[in-house]
Structure formats: structure tokens, C-alpha cells
Ligand binder design. Structure first.
Ligand code: FE2
Length: 140
């Protein structure tokens, strides 16, 4: 589910998965539609070739409220990290199947000798999920 502008990733109006996604990933789309989100504003598969790393970057203004999204790592083998500029070190995320972080913080992915992928699904968290993770109100 592509968007023209990064800022539109949380906008739910009039969006649908691409024809290709519906044709090749029907089970994945059924799973994504069951995530604890009000709706899906953007979904993309992020792959890394063997020995490649994800360059340290920020996706958003660090002072903005964190974007609401779920990063799925089906094989739990993609080592995401948040870069701590003050301490000049990386804080590895737990190797897990699903995570969320403030994408306004510097972050990247460590290299590994095998292909890795994740699925980033952007959309506002639903109220039940928001309560489970301790967020009282929508962040944006
Ligand atoms: Fe990013």
C-alpha cells in the first residue's frame, strides 16, 4: 500500500492495497487487516540483502509525536537498533516478531550474512491496543 508523500502514511481515506499485493499476498493482507489498528495508511515490505545494513536515519522530526505503526519481523532475525547519539552507541531492539519505536530517533539495521525482511504497517492504534501499551490518547 504505497503513499505519494511520507506525511500521508497515517491518512486512511480512500486507500487500498495494490492489485499486486492482493494477487500475491492474500494471506498476509488478511493478517495485516487483523492488526490492532483503526485502519492501514501504508504497508510496505522492507528487505535487506545478505551483508547489507540499514543506514542510520530518522523517518520523522525527533520532536514530533511518534508515528503509530507496527513493524513485523516474521522470522525475528532482523536486528533493528536505535542509535544513541549522546552515548555514541547502538541500542539493539529485542529480536522479536513485532515492535514499535519512535522513528524520529536515529535507527538502523545491523548487517547479517543472510536475507532479512520486515513489514511496516502504519495506521493509528485502536483504543484496546493503546490501553494495552499504556497510551491514553492518539499520539498524532
Ligand atoms: Fe526508518
Amino acid at each position: 500500500m504505497p503513499v505519494d508523500r511520507w506525511e500521508d502514511k497515517d491518512d486512511l481515506a480512500g486507500k487500498d492495497f495494490t492489485r499486486e499485493a492482493k494477487a500475491f499476498f492474500p494471506k498476509t493482507l488478511r493478517f495485516l487487516r487483523r492488526l490492532p489498528l483503526v485502519g492501514i495508511g501504508r504497508a510496505s515490505i522492507l528487505g535487506l540483502a545478505p551483508f547489507h545494513h540499514g543506514t542510520v536515519h530518522r523517518d520523522a522530526d525527533p520532536d514530533a509525536e511518534p508515528a503509530e505503526f507496527i513493524m513485523l519481523v516474521p522470522t525475528a532475525d532482523k536486528q533493528l537498533f536505535v542509535w544513541d547519539d549522546a552515548a555514541a552507541c547502538a541500542h539493539p531492539a529485542p529480536k522479536t516478531h513485532a515492535l514499535w519505536f519512535h522513528d524520529g530517533d536515529y535507527h538502523g539495521v545491523a548487517a547479517a550474512p543472510y536475507f532479512r525482511y520486515s513489514v511496516r504497517v502504519d495506521g493509528p492504534f485502536n483504543d484496546e491496543f493503546r490501553q494495552k501499551i499504556g497510551i491514553q490518547e492518539p499520539l498524532r
